[in-house]
Design a protein around this ligand. Structure first.
Ligand code: GDP
Ligand code: IMO
Ligand code: MG
Length: 425
């Protein structure tokens, strides 16, 4: 039986997951999102054209791949609509190609307003969320105050629940001195959005269960990354969903026994958006240079990303907790031209070694990183298609990562375009 493949980010997001999913989907029947919402931004470059996806699974550009938005995803319907439109304008027929679960919770206007109101109230202590309403919508989900596509299908239920919730949320928004939600106008908007979205709604659990039974190839795409996981990262500097592989059971209904390969995407250096500890961060000019060279500006918010050296102590933890079996390295081309490249290999706090897993945000802020320094290379490597084509020192960098993590590196991406990669067997 063909097993389900999974792909997750092993750092703080933006590792190049979308780019790798696009590659791995070439023979996939289904590409599935199971977590997060449009806090994600996944960029794919095909034939010189850039496609930024926030909600639609990154496998959709492959001709024979259907895209499933499973129940664990939280949906901003306006963003979804603009993505549908982007693809349709490009000539893609989404009928029978895009399928959305009626169990998905909807991001409502008051979720976005509350996300921003909390951030403003935190002032200098703000978390740096994407402001897309992600925390508040998941909070409503677990406190039985959420509204799902299920209600949107049954319009009277939607009107009733939305009016009830919006009246309560407006009282809360007033305490923040923030503009309240105009309930009538919001309902008018949702009535229109509903007509466009409903044709895509189906029982994704059943579709996926049948697909797995029929030996179809299913690829599951994690949004965010393990170091942003709600439980296994430096809370509260996390996102609001679980990203670790086990959460696919809850987020898409796929049982753990059906999962085979778990791909981990490792960017050759590190980036982070938002606040919170970042042990290998480069705060000087070398960081600015790396940000510019790597184009490290958010796909979702356009914010400059913080950048730093690869942190193998935390990536090793991510590989362990998510059960990574294969690695795709990305953006190694960005390191070309550096004389020396540093890699974080262990943490030290007050003279004692400490593991990533036993650190909270306080320890992560205070600890010292121990580095290994490797030789860099000068050559532009974007044209390389075989491992042997890479400069020797670049090969050594890759081998060092593989040995340290104890996981096979199966793909090395050397550029953003679909064809710019090296497959290792
Ligand atoms: P994701 O959120 O993990 O899907 O990553 P993003 O799309 O937010 O950010 C990754 C960025 O790097 C995108 O602009 C990609 O087009 C780009 N990218 C991905 N892989 C490579 C690579 O190997 N080299 C270069 N230069 N760019 C890459
Ligand atoms: P992709 O899928 C990078 C970060 C935010 C913030 C924290 C909480 O493109 O890798 P949230 O809006 O989720 O409540 O914000 O999580 N964050 C991401 N950072 N890439 C992402 O997604 C992210 N999704 C959330 O910057 O620090
Ligand atoms: Mg991204």
């Amino acid at each position: 039986m063909s097993k389900v493949s999974v792909l997750v980010g092993t750092q703080w997001g933006d590792e190049g997951k979308g780019r790798i999913i696009d590659l791995l989907s070439s023979d996939a029947d289904f590409a599935v999102r199971f977590n997060g919402g449009n806090n994600a931004g996944h960029t794919i470059v095909v034939n010189g054209k850039k496609y930024p996806f926030h909600l639609i699974p990154s496998g959709i550009l492959q001709p024979n791949t259907k895209a499933i938005i499973a129940n664990g995803v939280v949906l901003d319907l306006e963003v979804l609509l603009s993505e549908i439109k982007m693809l349709e304008d490009d000539g893609l027929n989404l009928k029978d190609k895009l399928i959305i679960s009626d169990r998905c919770h909807i991001i409502l206007p008051y979720h976005k307003a509350l996300d921003q109101a909390y951030e403003n109230a935190r002032g200098s202590e703000k978390l740096g969320t994407t402001g897309r309403g992600i925390g508040p919508v998941y909070a409503d989900k677990v406190s039985y105050n959420g509204i799902r596509i299920y209600e949107l299908v049954r319009w009277e239920l939607f009107v009733e629940k939305f009016t009830f919730q919006a009246n309560i949320k407006n009282k809360i928004l007033k305490t923040f001195d923030t503009p309240v939600i105009d309930i009538e106008r919001a309902l008018e908007k949702f009535k229109k959005l509903r007509e466009i979205i409903l044709p895509y709604v189906a029982d994704t659990y059943q579709i996926l269960t049948n697909a797995i039974k029929d030996n179809k190839k299913v690829l599951v795409e994690g949004a965010q990354a393990v170091l942003l996981d709600l439980d296994f990262s430096a809370y509260p500097f996390t996102t609001a969903s679980n990203v670790v592989t086990g959460s696919i059971n809850a987020g898409a209904g796929i049982p753990p026994q059906k999962i085979g390969d778990v791909w981990g995407v490792v960017k050759a250096y590190t980036s982070k958006v938002g606040s919170g500890p970042f042990p290998t961060e480069l705060k000087d000019k070398s960081g600015d240079d790396l940000r510019e060279k790597g184009g490290e500006y958010g796909t979702t918010t356009g914010r400059p990303r913080r950048v730093g050296w690869l942190d193998l102590e935390s990536v090793k933890f991510a590989c362990e907790v998510a059960g990574i079996t294969k690695i795709a390295i990305t953006k190694i081309d960005i390191l070309s031209g550096l004389k020396k490249i540093k890699v974080g290999v262990s943490y030290n706090l007050n003279g004692k070694s400490i593991s990533y897993s036993s650190c909270g945000y306080d320890e992560l802020e205070k600890l010292k990183v121990e580095y290994k320094e490797l030789d860099g290379w000068d050559e532009d490597i974007r044209g390389c298609r075989k491992f042997e084509d890479l400069p020797k020192t670049c090969q050594e960098y890759i081998k060092f990562i593989e040995k340290f993590l104890g996981v096979k590196i199966a793909i090395v991406s050397v550029g953003p375009a679909r064809e710019e990669y090296i497959k290792l067997v």
